[in-house]
Design a protein around this ligand. Structure first.
Ligand SMILES: Nc1nc2c(ncn2[C@@H]2O[C@H](COP(=O)(O)OP(=O)(O)OP(=O)(O)O)[C@@H](O)[C@H]2O)c(=O)[nH]1
Ligand SMILES: [Zn+2]
Length: 378
């Protein structure tokens, strides 16, 4: 009873503190899904005039000057490109011919970043003004899909956009495997509608057979699991083949071997590789900014900074079970529609755990996620 009250209190405070964030996130999600053109409207006041109609009708934005009016996204002089990296209001853009431009961001787009949303992020497909020199000006950002974001000081921070795969890299030793961290990334992938691929690296340091059970749990959830060693090269060809032609975001704790794997996939890349410190086996954050690395066989990898804390963004406590494929089938069987599957009566999820239809470790992982990320860690 006392526990229930505590849960209710935690939920109330959790909701309160998340209200503002959810609104912003909704806007971003609608934008990403193409449901809202509110942000697109701000993109120089343009609106696609009809389905399948490529001619765009211009509307005038209040603070647009004459040069803004000239800056139509369909302007023949504008180039198309993908943002390789974004540092504040400066971006590097790779154009279709393989040239890199150092671009500023047009004023009307900049205003979007004031309330915490990122106006331009790595992975964005943009139209920009740029002539023969290497400086340019981003005029238009295409609607995003496959956004990977994380929470930082209560604000959504979009790491990369337009992503096909979230490559979740974990190491089986040095640093040791952290299933809770993997679960956070899986939940994020599920929420972002990005396909997760779990890579268990440093396979040379353990007996692969010791991982069979763990791999079984994830494989049963439909997650593709690969075993690799950047050291010996095991699994590297397979990984290279898998991500060829795709936009892939890298996720994983510092020191698991993200840079080493990229160097193995793309010989000659020469990314700095860190040394895992002896005392805490946590590695160092050698990689400092999100960067896009074009692959030899097409597609690209976004090398993100080592992420130790990848907090859930925009996921309410009630949603978590529905985002976990092995818990999802039971959620609708609970007595209460808003059941958190913790201490409620007639909970179909807990019943399924009791008779082993749900793996008890997965339920523990669920409780851990809920407690550490959503309720207690506000
Ligand atoms: N034994 C073994 N060591 C590896 C393997 N992959 C990477 N390492 C070592 O692990 C350490 C960390 O590797 P990095 O590639 O820098 O790790 P990272 O994930 O990029 O680290 P951050 O840049 O801090 O996020 C280095 O000393 C690598 O040599 C592997 O497959 N086997
Ligand atoms: Zn329940």
């Amino acid at each position: 009873m006392a526990k229930k009250k505590k849960n209710a209190k935690q939920r109330a405070s959790f909701r309160k503190s998340h209200q503002g964030r959810v609104r912003d996130a909704d806007l971003t999600r609608d934008y990403r899904d193409g449901k809202s053109d509110k942000l697109a409207d701000l993109n120089l006041g343009e609106r696609v005039s009809g389905k399948g109609d490529l001619t765009r009708k211009r509307t005038v934005v209040s603070d647009a000057d004459q040069s803004d009016k000239d800056a139509s996204a369909t302007h023949p002089q504008l180039r198309s490109g993908r943002v390789i990296s974004a540092h504040g209001l400066k971006c590097k853009v790779l154009d279709d011919q393989g040239s890199i431009y150092e671009c500023a961001i047009r004023q009307v787009l900049k205003s979007l970043s004031i309330d915490g949303r990122s106006a331009v992020v790595a992975g964005d497909l943009v139209r920009f003004r740029g002539d023969t020199n290497i400086d340019g000006m981003i005029e238009h950002v295409e609607p995003r899909r496959g956004i990977i974001s994380r929470t930082s000081r209560g604000q959504q921070h979009v790491l990369v956009a337009n992503v096909d795969y979230l490559l979740i890299i974990a190491s089986v030793a040095e640093p040791s495997l952290k299933p809770v961290l993997i679960d956070r990334f899986l939940l994020t992938a599920s929420q972002c509608n990005v396909q997760p691929v779990l890579v268990l690296n440093k396979i040379d340091l353990v007996e692969p057979v010791s991982l069979q059970q763990l791999i079984g749990v994830y494989a049963a959830m439909g997650v593709r699991v690969l075993m690799t060693s950047a050291e010996t090269g095991v699994g590297v060809d397979y990984l290279r083949h898998l991500i060829a032609g795709k936009q892939t975001a890298l996720a994983g704790q510092s020191g698991v071997g993200k840079s080493s794997l990229l160097n193995a996939i793309k010989p000659g890349l020469g990314l700095a590789v860190g040394r895992v410190s002896q005392d805490n086996s946590k590695g160092r954050h050698t990689t400092t900014a999100t960067t896009l690395i074009p692959l030899d066989d097409g597609g690209a990898v976004f090398d993100t900074p080592g992420i130790r804390q990848f907090k859930l963004w925009d996921i309410s406590a009630e949603e978590v079970a529905g985002l976990m494929p092995d818990l999802r089938p039971y959620v609708s069987g609970c007595r209460y529609g808003n059941c958190l599957h913790l201490s409620e009566d007639d909970c179909a999820v807990k019943d399924a755990v009791a008779d082993a239809r749900i793996d008890a470790r997965r339920y523990d992982a669920y409780c851990h996620l809920l407690e550490s990320d959503l309720l207690l860690d506000e």
